[in-house]
Ligand binder design. Sequence first.
Ligand SMILES: C[S@@+](CC[C@H](N)C(=O)[O-])C[C@H]1O[C@@H](n2cnc3c(N)ncnc32)[C@H](O)[C@@H]1O
Length: 232
Amino acid sequence: MSYPGGKGNVFQHIINVLPKHRTYIETHLGGGAVMRQKKAAARSIGVDIDPIVISEWQNKHPERCELVCADAAQFIRTFPFSGDEVVYSDPPYWPSTRRRPRIYRHEYTEHQHLELLNELNQLPCAVVLSGYQNEAYESILTGWQSITFLAPTQKGLREETLWLNYNLPQELHDFTFIGGNYREREAIRRRQETLRRKIERLRPIERASLVSWLMEQYSLTEGQDEGRSLYA
Ligand SMILES: C[S@@+](CC[C@H](N)C(=O)[O-])C[C@H]1O[C@@H](n2cnc3c(N)ncnc32)[C@H](O)[C@@H]1O
């Protein structure tokens, strides 16, 4: 499943901003690159209005998530949110920012975008929305953070934006893809592998001592509020 606007090349940027959560909801599933690559949540739900998208998922990734064939805004209006969800929305791009006017079987009008933003704005949980910069989003998503990254398109790199209704999290749901680009990710992966191998070779008592130091140093024991932040 390859989608125009699919996140197959850039899913790492999105996974790297997702805070810890119990329920993950992707409202415009398409090829669902983020859904497929991220660490599974206790509950995952993929929504798409296109029955063909839903039936492809039923055939190819039947275990990955609950699948709902519905309009995204309608789904959000009726889902019983409790606050420990993360919603990721990747609607077709805002019309005036599009290079090609029609690429999906189900297109998205300005009215639908505004309806979606209005719903997302009222949610009690973490929300991530992706798209290209546009004035409508900027004027509606006041108080949201935005971060940008370069994404490959058929005509070269183009800046994509992620709008977040929360501050960048210190603790991620999934640390697998940390690093801003391939080289950084590889360097981090190698450093961590070396450290892990060293830790695994320690005698159990030495390892226990190290763990105890980590817990004290970074306030990892419950009720303890002194010590450095793990993320400082
Ligand atoms: C930009 S694509 C999503 C790409 C996806 N993130 C990926 O990695 O492949 C947009 C998707 O939104 C779906 N869509 C269009 N209108 C919708 C609506 N009203 N509600 C839910 N999904 C919709 C389309 O069928 C399409 O699959």
